[in-house]
Design a protein around this ligand. Structure first.
Ligand SMILES: Cc1ncc(COP(=O)(O)O)c(C=O)c1O
Length: 500
């Protein structure tokens, strides 16, 4: 039994079995990572024995330090093998369009993107105020990179019909200070592939690097293509693409903590490194943000790739594609819902045909936030996406291979959840609260106001989350992005309180 108020450091050590029991008990409160009913955060191939293999490989190398490849050549070998596999898949390596491609293993997509921006920034030391150009659909990690690296972010709006930027707008956004143009293959929110060829062309014409963020789907797109899907060119086969990121902890199904950042050649990678010898300790040479790095994730990813193999990924992609088809059909079959985009990768994203709100009663679509809760009550964990820049609120499903055996169960549950959401009606927050969310400036948010809002929404008290998130999502949806950020920082910091 866990002591909720206990710290991790008891006066006297606790026996191993009890400690593991505590962790298992805590895990029992999480969303299920396996079983094919979770559509975000976790990528599950549903392959028996793979978890055990990855865990054993992880344990073998958990204490090995990637800080110094000369001390631990095992990690260097595995890292080079992972980068080689990613390069082979994405058009690099001998006999391909980028035979000189090199790369690094990072801790995740965010780190890969930060490093792509750092390399681009540091390649242009003459630019005093560097900028990057990204479509509005680019992952938030680019904004984080811009923030951390003091680079300006120029966001190109999306065409609401295609959910892609117009290439002319990308070209127009490139300035003399632009050090990087980025695009996604595919985007996380909607799963659509940007027009990489034409974006890379305008970037190259301006003499600017072009990064393809294939963190999410870079591992599946080549297999989808082999299965006959119409996947446009997006990798090093495209002239002008200078770097590509692909997360192994997503569709390569490795445990968390592994992404690969590829560059077309070593000269492009050079400014990614950080080296420092001007202190009395060891000379620090880091290709990535961390210095000390556990060998665990690298070994686990290596074991996963070796065990699944190219044919294994092809088969997993085939299953995923079939699951996407079944889920998309389920959405098409429900009155009041529509797909935001025809699935072209492994995302199913849908919205209500008309968004129900508290003030409009004639809408035909259900309140999507209520629907998300109703689906969760039926064991399907989907991800709500808020209204943004003219795009409606939507529901996101990241589909993985483990969903395939369960996919047929989705349609009846979805129909039932929609009926329940309709019967419950849209969330009706007090009009003053919605007006406040729409008008409050983030700076005006006081601690008292946050505490009051959190209490009213059932957040914060005792550190737990309310069972139904629709009221919270409705409030956030009514707020502009800057206020959403502030509110969520405050709400999350209420949850992050040390136990003593
Ligand atoms: C397209 C894309 N890029 C970057 C990231 C960031 O990856 P991570 O969460 O591993 O940092 C994600 C995560 O979902 C993503 O979908």
């Amino acid at each position: 039994m866990i002591d909720e108020n206990g710290s991790a450091l008891p006066a006297h050590g606790v026996p191993a079995e009890r400690v593991l029991g505590e962790i298992r008990e805590l895990r029992g409160r999480d969303r299920p990572t396996h079983g094919g009913r979770l559509f975000a955060y976790v990528y599950d191939p549903g392959v028996a024995g793979l978890d055990e293999l990855a865990a054993a490989a992880y344990a073998e190398c958990a204490h090995v330090n990637g800080l110094d490849p000369t001390a631990f050549p095992s990690l260097l070998t595995m890292e080079n093998a992972l980068v080689g596999a990613a390069a082979r898949l994405l058009g690099g390596g001998p006999g391909t369009s980028a035979p000189e491609a090199v790369g690094s293993v990072t801790s995740g997509g965010t780190e890969s993107l930060i490093l792509a921006v750092k390399a681009a920034r540091d390649a242009r030391t003459g630019v005093a105020a560097p900028r990057i150009v990204v479509p509005a659909s680019a992952h938030a990690a680019f904004a984080k990179a811009a923030h951390y690296l003091r680079v300006e972010l120029d966001t190109v709006p999306l065409d609401p019909a295609t959910l892609r930027p117009a290439v002319a707008d990308v070209a127009a956004a490139i300035r003399p200070e632009t050090v990087l143009v980025a695009c996604s293959a595919p985007s996380y929110a909607h799963g659509v592939v940007d027009p990489v060829e034409r974006i890379a062309e305008v970037a190259a014409a301006a003499g600017v690097r072009c990064h393809v963020d294939a963190c999410f789907g870079g591992w599946t797109l080549p297999y989808l293509r082999r299965l006959g899907a119409p996947v446009p060119a997006f990798d090093f086969a495209v002239p002008g693409v200078t770097s590509i990121s692909v997360d192994l902890h997503k569709y390569a199904y490795a445990p968390k903590g592994v992404s690969v950042l590829l560059h077309r050649d070593p000269a492009l990678r050079a400014p990614q490194y950080f080296a420092y010898a001007d202190w009395p300790g060891y000379t620090m040479i880091n290709p990535v943000i961390s210095s000390t790095r556990s060998g665990g994730p690298i070994a686990a990813a290596y074991a996963t790739l070796r065990h699944l193999g190219d044919d294994g990924y092809l088969e997993l992609t085939r299953r995923t594609r079939e699951a996407v088809r079944v889920l998309a059909d389920a959405v098409r079959g429900v009155d009041g819902l529509r797909l935001v985009a025809e699935p072209e990768s492994t995302v199913v994203c849908f919205t209500a045909t008309a968004t129900a709100t508290a003030t409009a009663t004639t809408d035909s679509g259900p309140d999507l936030f209520v629907l998300v809760d109703e689906l969760a009550a039926r064991g399907w964990h989907t991800q709500p996406q808020l209204t943004y820049a003219g795009l409606p609120r939507s529901v996101h499903l990241t589909v993985t291979a483990a969903v395939a055996p369960r996919a047929a169960e989705f349609a009846p549950d979805l129909a039932e959840a929609v009926a329940a959401a309709r019967a419950a009606g849209p969330i009706a927050l007090p009009a003053e609260l919605l007006a406040l969310a729409g008008s409050l400036s983030p700076q005006a948010l006081t601690a008292d106001l946050v505490a009051g809002l959190a209490a009213g929404l059932g957040l914060g008290g005792g550190g737990g989350l309310p069972e139904r998130m629709a009221p919270v999502n409705t409030l956030l949806d009514a707020a502009p992005p800057a206020l959403r950020e502030r509110l969520l920082v405050e709400f999350v910091s209420l949850l992050q309180r040390p136990t003593h």
